[in-house]
Design a protein. Structure first.
Length: 191
């Protein structure tokens, strides 16, 4: 094998370890999405949510564009807490909520249950003690999203692809070691 071809193959197979890591990573992602969809891992328990009380000063529709993923849309409301010197807090409401309902919250005094660990995601909104957005509806939506994600990652095709990535990565790492050994022995014999 000519030396320049061996150098090109050494370069190409030098990145095989990425495939070797990608295969188990894909399997791990499949297992994680299945775990999240089972039980109550997809949503926060009512007891762990933070209560935010105040007047909604504004509402807006937010679109976040990402380079490699689809755009994400949600509503954002600003809640001015009661009391002097209190800062307005921005809360996220899922985009599946009707726009009129979010718009009607402006200038209303609300009590919201919020998951602070998930970018202030709103689980429940109550106006005058009556739930406008219920915790149960949000819980069911999050559970359905987790189940959909689990279905997309848990198919046999995903597992076969992950195993193929692992095998190709292992073969590439093995080939890289063999090519490097052959290259170093050729350089020693030429010297």
């Amino acid at each position: 094998m000519p030396g320049f071809v061996r150098k090109i193959l050494i370069f190409i197979t030098g990145y095989a370890w990425l495939l070797l890591l990608a295969g188990p990573g894909l399997i791990g992602l499949s297992l994680y999405s299945g775990w999240k969809a089972d039980g109550d891992h997809a949503y926060a328990a009512r007891e762990s949510l933070q209560t935010v009380t105040g007047t909604v000063t504004q509402a807006s529709e937010v679109t976040v564009k990402r380079k490699r993923r689809a755009t994400k849309q949600f509503y954002e409301i600003s809640v001015q807490a009661d009391g002097a010197g209190a800062e307005a807090r921005k809360l996220r409401i899922d985009y599946s909520t009707p726009q009129e309902l979010v718009g009607n919250l402006i200038d209303e005094k609300i009590t919201a249950l919020v998951d602070k660990s998930d970018n202030d995601l709103v689980y429940e909104v109550a106006v005058d003690g009556k739930p406008v957005i219920s915790y149960e509806t949000t819980r069911q939506r999050l559970q359905a999203e987790a189940a959909s994600s689990a279905r997309s990652f848990s198919g046999a095709g995903t597992w076969i692809f992950a195993i193929l990535l692992t095998l190709i990565g292992a073969a590439g790492v093995w080939s890289n070691r063999r090519l490097r050994a052959a290259d170093s022995s050729q350089q020693l014999s030429a010297a």
